[in-house]
Design a protein around this ligand. Structure first.
Ligand SMILES: [Zn+2]
Length: 545
């Protein structure tokens, strides 16, 4: 089975792909194009980027085919088949495909067919791209322009980049070879960058005990325009970042290091430690999972924590990044209506869009704060979330055996001598809808931290729970505020008069003028939070080292 890739007219952004199949027998061949990709639990329907599909046999005779569904093609029997099509590579992000005069960059899950019934066969991939001499892939190399995937799952978990120029650095930690490939302009000090990568990689490998692969590729797309995205693969990651010139600023570099450590953590968690419903990936349709807390919550928390543990972040820098996650969480009330498990299941519905008001929680930010609390509960009993994840690696990741959410909880319970607190935690915050913030404060106290609320300077937001955007349009109303039963999202404030304990508002509701008196709330809404570590405790030392 061989995929060949060329690009006749790069500026059209179409690439030409052929798939050669032999040993067909008298059977019809069914080709399935993935409808989604690993790491993004949302239908992408890549088939919409395909055109000019045709099939011939070894003598060049046209072979008939028909589409069975939007993502599936059925081809008539022949001795061997050559399937040709064009794929539009016009979306630059860490999980898509892009072609221009400088590069051909493909995530293979976008554009390579799964041949049903032959999923376990070895697949070769050949690049016919002489104009792009620098070529790299997370697949296994066979020769300069040929790579091998052991089966379709591996192919679909891989990416390739062919370009006019790529910068390459590498390092070795405990016999695993790490490559850094950079496409784009570099505005930072390479030696510092490399030493940070070595530090967090070494710390992760030390705690997990080993690296899952012999080789790993960080592929960076440093772009001249604003971008920030990362996607995990078993043998590497693609990270987009821009504007690249901003990386001269240490605060911007922290963000790049943050996403890099996050993606490397995925080499264990998600790429190998994976819920059973996602093992193997069924790319033909939605695959529901309630494990978002572990998939992205634990990874988001651990990605940053390992930058602290490895000394890449100092304590203040770490606290600043945690504060940002807290800020993101504090502006939403979705936890009142939906648990993280429910929000995880519904990623397919609205996981990657703003969605309706206060319906769901964010598995990344909510999940990270829950993971922090879990870590503290474990640290209090002389264990840690790192130790649990190492157990997850040994029990599930290493043998590539899918886990169930309940098995993660059981693993934690087995680790502890007293389980009441952890049972309550799962009941109230993971499977329940209790306010996490009071508990979060007590967890920070354990490690000498103080999480303090400060009322926002915005009078309307703080006292009335009303957030406005451009043109005084109301975009959010706190459900506990008196304003919630008077104002609507989309109302436009034309005039306001502060009457002390009340507010007189003149609003336009879809062109209709309304005059309202709104009571001040009994509490302040949407406060901002500051996090400070005021003293060192034994738990803090165990946590951050
Ligand atoms: Zn992630």
């Amino acid at each position: 089975m061989l995929f060949s890739i060329s690009s006749h007219t790069p500026t059209s952004q179409f690439i030409q792909i052929s798939l050669e199949l032999d040993r067909i027998g008298g059977e019809e061949t069914i080709l399935q194009l993935p409808a989604w990709r690993a790491g993004r639990y949302q239908l992408a329907d890549y088939a919409q980027n395909i055109r000019n599909f045709s099939v011939v046999d070894s003598d060049g005779n046209l072979i008939g085919f028909e589409k069975k569904s939007k993502n599936q093609w059925k081809i008539k029997p022949a001795n061997s088949l050559k399937i040709s099509y064009e794929y539009w590579a016009g979306k630059m992000d860490a999980g898509s495909a892009w072609v221009d005069d400088q590069q051909v960059y493909l995530n293979l899950v976008n554009c390579c067919f799964e041949v049903l019934g032959r999923e376990e066969e070895e697949i070769n991939l050949k690049l016919l791209l002489n104009d792009y001499p620098e070529q790299v892939s997370t697949l296994f190399p066979i020769s300069k322009s040929v790579w091998k995937a052991s089966n379709f799952q591996m192919l679909a978990d891989s990416t390739l980049l062919a370009a006019k120029a790529i910068t390459h650095w590498s390092y070795v930690i405990q016999e695993a070879q790490f490559h850094i490939w950079i496409h784009g302009e570099i505005y930072f000090d390479p030696s510092n960058f490399l030493s940070h990568f070595q530090s967090f990689t070494a710390q992760l490998i030390q705690d997990f005990g080993e690296f899952p692969e012999k080789e790993y590729h960080f592929i960076f797309q440093l772009l001249p325009y604003t971008h920030y995205h990362g996607v995990e693969h078993r043998r590497g990651t693609v990270i987009t970042y821009g504007p690249s010139k901003n990386l001269i600023d240490p605060a911007e570099m922290e963000e790049l290091l943050g996403v890099s450590c996050h993606e490397l953590y995925h080499a264990w968690n998600v790429c190998r430690i994976r819920p059973q419903e996602l093992l193997p990936y069924d790319f033909s349709k939605e695959t529901y999972t309630n494990a978002g807390l572990i998939l992205e919550g634990v990874t988001t928390y651990m990605g940053d924590l390992y930058l602290l543990k490895s000394g890449v972040y100092d304590f203040n820098t770490y606290a600043k990044h945690l504060e940002k996650i807290i800020a993101r969480e504090s502006t939403h009330q979705g936890w009142k209506n939906y648990t993280i498990a429910e929000s995880s299941f519904d990623l397919w519905l609205d996981g990657y869009q703003t969605g309706i008001p206060d319906r769901k929680v964010n598995i990344y930010s909510r999940g990270a704060l829950l993971s922090f609390c879990l870590d503290i509960l474990l640290i209090k009993q002389n264990s840690s979330l790192s130790k649990i994840m190492t157990k997850m690696w040994n029990t599930f990741g290493k043998p590539m055996k899918g886990y169930r959410m309940i098995e993660f909880e059981q693993l934690i319970q087995e680790e502890l001598s007293v389980t009441e607190e952890i049972d309550e935690f799962f009941r109230e915050f993971v499977h329940g809808k209790k306010d996490l913030f009071p508990f979060l404060k007590t967890c920070f106290e354990v490690v000498g931290g103080r999480l303090e609320e400060q009322p926002d300077n915005d009078h309307l937001l703080t006292h009335y729970g009303v957030r406005i955007a451009d043109h005084n349009e109301i975009i959010q109303i706190h459900p506990d505020s008196p304003a919630y039963s008077l104002l609507m999202r989309g109302d436009q404030i034309m005039d306001q008069k502060n009457l002390g304990e009340e507010l007189n508002l003149k609003i336009s509701r879809k062109g209709r003028s309304i005059d309202l008196l709104i009571q001040k709330g009994i509490k302040s809404y949407y406060p901002s939070f500051s996090l400070q570590f005021v003293q060192e405790t034994p738990e803090q030392i165990r946590w951050r080292t």
